[in-house]
Design a protein around this ligand. Structure first.
Ligand code: GRF
Length: 197
């Protein structure tokens, strides 16, 4: 069977993306492209790995930006799109067109602490545990069907940076596991739900 075509979306340091790069031979995936919205460290990681990088910055018009991304994705024809720290909300049309083929990793136990400041929000709420969630992407903010979750205890007086680093260790493992399961057909998207075979 040919390797699955995977596109990764990232706008940060790209350590999650790196985990996918490192394990791509074992996962039987071919990362055909990285899409970013600005020049970020994830882009350097892609270039080092010989993966084409496409930068589509958000101009003033969000609809134009979304349609540029849709055009890019159609061209790549991916089996799976992995949002690994992509800090922008994707348009409804895009999410609908690629439904069941886009997953996102989030640094909290959804539905708790959705949004861009999940780690900070968990600390501020006085939570004693948080974690990592991988889910299918729908039109909401971190609302799509949950595929897998893993918890991480919050230490007393821990800084946001330290906690986020510990969560990312777990996120990397969970993301790799979910990608493996999707590629092997063990998890799929049906009627808005994540179904395990
Ligand atoms: C991850 O925690 C991801 O869930 C969040 O941004 C972080 C990306 O980390 N949205 P990195 O850039 O892959 O190191």
């Amino acid at each position: 069977m040919p390797n699955s075509r995977v596109v990764v979306l990232a706008s940060g340091t790209g350590s999650l993306f790196q985990a996918l790069i490192d394990l791509s031979p074992q996962l039987n995936i071919n990362i055909v492209g990285l899409l970013t919205d600005s020049e970020v460290q994830a882009g350097e990681r892609a270039r080092e790995a010989g993966i084409p990088v496409t930068v589509i910055p958000m101009a003033t018009d969000r609809d134009v930006w979304n349609s540029e991304i849709v055009a890019y994705l159609r061209e790549q024809n991916p089996d799976l799109i992995v949002s690994a720290g992509f800090m922008k909300i994707l348009g409804k049309d895009l999410v609908t067109e690629f439904a069941g083929r886009i997953i996102n990793t989030h640094p909290a136990l959804l539905p708790n602490f959705p949004g861009a400041h999940a780690v900070r929000d968990a600390i501020a709420a006085g939570a004693t545990e948080t974690g990592s969630t991988v889910h299918f992407v729908d039109a909401g903010v971190d609302t799509g069907a949950i595929i897998a979750q893993r918890s991480v205890p919050i230490h007393q007086n821990e800084s946001e940076i330290d906690l986020h680093e510990r969560i990312k260790v777990v996120e990397r493992e969970l993301l790799v596991e979910v990608v493996r399961n999707i590629v092997q057909g063990k998890v799929r998207y049906e009627n808005g739900e994540a179904v395990t075979a």
